[in-house]
Write a protein that binds this ligand. Sequence first.
Ligand code: HEC
Length: 155
Amino acid sequence: MGCWFPFHAAGQATRDEDGRYYADNGEPTYYIAQDGQVDWSTFNGYRRYHAQCHMCHGPDAEGSTFAPSLLAPMKAMDYTTFRDLVIHGLRTVDPAQQRVMRAMGQDRNVMCHLPDIYVYLKARADGVLGRRRPDNHQPKSEAAARDEVACLGNP
Ligand code: HEC
């Protein structure tokens, strides 16, 4: 793919494996080309976020009355921390309000797409993806299609 990282945002990818992108530290991340085309994971993450998370965290991760915006917390959150949080959920109990995020570790529609949701949120948190559906995206790789079937298909 020649020179495929034309600019270097905070979480921009430096490594590409089967159409999935990774930062220097091995964390999954997004890839956005100069013309705005995003990688498949970022696009899929957009769709999955808006199916599973937006009803609480708001469209484009901007927050709602039910749950906080994810833009600030996702700036520094690594994938392991994020994954643990979604698997186990989160409950803050304070006298003024009780906020609860349910555990989603058993929900395949969330877990099978979690790296994609993560990279989408990273792109939003890094300020490199606006409030829009990223329709200009790379095609789904064979590896992504295969992994999705394997994950969703095994009871
Ligand atoms: C039913 C509402 C609801 C849904 C659906 C939901 N969340 Fe949450 N989420 C919350 C609440 C409420 C909090 C804050 C909990 C707290 O402060 O203890 C939270 C917290 C978080 C945090 C931690 C934010 C921080 O400040 O550290 C992350 C990350 C997160 N959610 C990601 C997700 C993702 C990803 C999805 C979709 C797969 C999702 N949430 C779906 C309600 C929800």
